[in-house]
Design a protein around this ligand. Structure first.
Ligand SMILES: C[S@@+](CC[C@H](N)C(=O)[O-])C[C@H]1O[C@@H](n2cnc3c(N)ncnc32)[C@H](O)[C@@H]1O
Length: 193
């Protein structure tokens, strides 16, 4: 089964609140985004956002340029249903992050909670980093959360790669600066200017 079908089936089978990664509020993500991009017109892209409640938090905080990308259409439908009328304030992108046709330098904050770690092939990781370098504007930021070295080796029936903050930083390369490695496997990186 391809990745899109795999994930779409998961989102069709269960309510978002039943997913192991569900958060009623994406508090830490929101805290990091507000810290690095306090201006409310900053463009924020939630990569593999699925049905995450981060988008709700961003809209409530007043962010006006919010996009959510995911390869599973059912995931985005779940989020849209929850948001109701507010869903029209968000750009929804159904695509694989590795080949999504995103505009160059279009995003100030790239947020990924639990997506990068599914890339078990080094060539896919290189494609992901190339997308980041193309899509995040110079001086922008990347927030990536993965399972840590002691975390599970699988999620949703798929193998994951587990990272320390330094290991994650290495994947992106020395041109990125590791600004913070907060709790819950989050790393905050700055993109070269
Ligand atoms: C573990 S879930 C995390 C969802 C969300 N980030 C959160 O924190 O609630 C992983 C998400 O990544 C999406 N995903 C996996 N691989 C992807 C890819 N190559 N491109 C875009 N989305 C992807 C899945 O559909 C799923 O919604």
């Amino acid at each position: 089964m391809n990745q899109e079908k795999h994930w779409d089936r998961i989102y069709r089978a269960k309510a978002p609140t039943e997913m192991s990664w569900y958060q009623p509020e994406a508090r830490l993500s929101l805290e990091l985004i507000r810290r690095i991009a306090p201006e409310l017109d900053a463009s924020v892209l939630d990569v593999g956002g699925g049905a995450s409640t981060l988008v709700d938090g961003l809209l409530s905080a007043g962010y006006r340029d919010v996009s959510v990308l995911d390869l599973a259409p059912a995931a985005l439908t779940r989020a849209q249903e929850r948001l109701g009328e507010r869903a029209t304030q968000v750009r929804w992108i159904v695509a694989d992050v590795l080949d999504a046709r995103l505009l160059a330098a279009s995003c100030a904050v790239w947020h990924d909670r639990a997506v990068f770690h599914f890339l078990t092939d080094a060539r896919d990781r290189a494609r992901y980093v190339a997308q980041v370098e193309r899509v995040v504007r110079p001086g922008g930021h990347v927030i990536v959360a993965s399972f840590g070295p002691e975390g599970p080796s699988q999620c949703s029936g798929l193998e994951v790669v587990r990272y320390s903050p330094e290991g994650l930083h290495t994947e992106f390369g020395a041109a990125f600066r590791l600004l913070d490695s907060a709790r819950e496997g989050f790393c905050l990186l700055s993109v070269p200017s």
